[in-house]
Design a protein. Sequence first.
Length: 470
Amino acid sequence: MKVFHLSVECYPVAKVGGLADVVGALPKYQTKLGWEAAVVMPWYNRPFVRDHDFSLVHEGTFYQGSELLNYGVYKENKNTLGFELYLIKIPGKLDREEVYCYPDEGEQFIAFQHAVLNWFKEKNIIPTIVHCHDHHVGLVPFLMKYSNDYNFLADVKTVATVHNGQYQGWTHWSKAILLPAFDSWKWGLLDWDGLINPLAALIKCCDAYTTVSEGYLEELYVEANGLQHLFYDERHKSVGIVNGIDWEIWDPEIDYTLMENYGTEQAFAGKLKNKQALAQQYKINPKLPLLVFIGRFATEKGADLLPDIILNLTAEYRDRLSIFILGAGDPVIQSRVKSLVDDGIENFDVFFGYDENLAHWLYASADFLLMPSRVEPCGLNQLYAMKYGTLPIVHRVGGLKDTVIDLENDGYGVGFDGLAITEITEAIARAINFYESKKQFEGNQRKMMCLDFSWDKSAAKYISLYNQII
Ligand code: ADP
């Protein structure tokens, strides 16, 4: 039994967000459950690729429109990640540093998908399952069934995982010429509202689709950036499986990036040491509880609300809270946050950019993690936070609703239902008050750290789904 995961992100090779964390962990846990698992992703000019040994296992060519593309398939020699890792390199297309945002990214994704199928064909690779993650590889199940060259894979079962249904890979029909030749009677499977929609094609053509939490699945039936009817119509083959966290990487007892490691019994003291070290580099007060936000500056994440939340908080809770923001993205949001830093607000600091180690350090140093997301398919931040004994304060949507039970309901976190600044401030005030009842707060830290959001359970659910469809 062998599953090939197709994805454009995989931690630690190339990470932009949660997709990478999932694809870097799930195959490892599937391997432990007795399946062979492999990840196939584009080649990136990044440290992991430069620092590890790869062997060229296949070379081939194909036409993308009138352009003849050469590709190479590189296998990582030592299975360092706990599974087979293959990178597809195409000079001029898949040999760059960034994962997204190139003007020709649609063509890059088509080239990646075509190269994978061409490699399967030339090497006669017949997987048990092809598992496609998000729209970037959304054309694969269609091409496996209806393209002239690759329909030898028509009987291979395909699973789609929707990590984020907002992004769908819309492509103008004039680009259809770039796809491998396919049965033109089937064009409707690629189409949604007059465009090629790879996410829609994925959902229509896969054997089963999953979302990264049950709550998000329910939400997609109602609102999915135009695809809600499709998700609803195809619900017979859907299942919500919440993400896990990789305890080999995310565990405060062994996390090598921390200033101080700690287990459940020394959580408060261990976290304090991390916070004190943080306060030596950044403008926060280690004597106060620390609230952090970690994430993309996007409206989806509610990052646009941060400046107003901070202004509101600093007026009312100036002496009772430090705040730290780690993020990058939308320049308008970034400049509004920067102007708060420039105003010299006390006990408040920011790091603009992407910094994996700093993220770990913040989960360990913080007392509260704020997630005012408008959309949250699963959300990994709150899971990492809880594992590090940090109280999540979350908007009750998607996976946040599924994974964070409120203190008021005998749970361990703080939730809010609306995104009015007053409502969010009230939730934060509730957390500050709770922090001040020290004994209960520390008891809750231990409770959160013992919650089981491991991959073992979720990986087993994926395997049972595979078994159902084969
Ligand atoms: P997304 O929608 O961005 O994928 P997730 O919650 O699923 O959201 O995953 C976010 C992941 O990206 C987490 O591992 C989080 O720690 C990490 N992350 C987000 N922004 C940053 C940043 N600026 N620096 C470091 N890590 C970040």
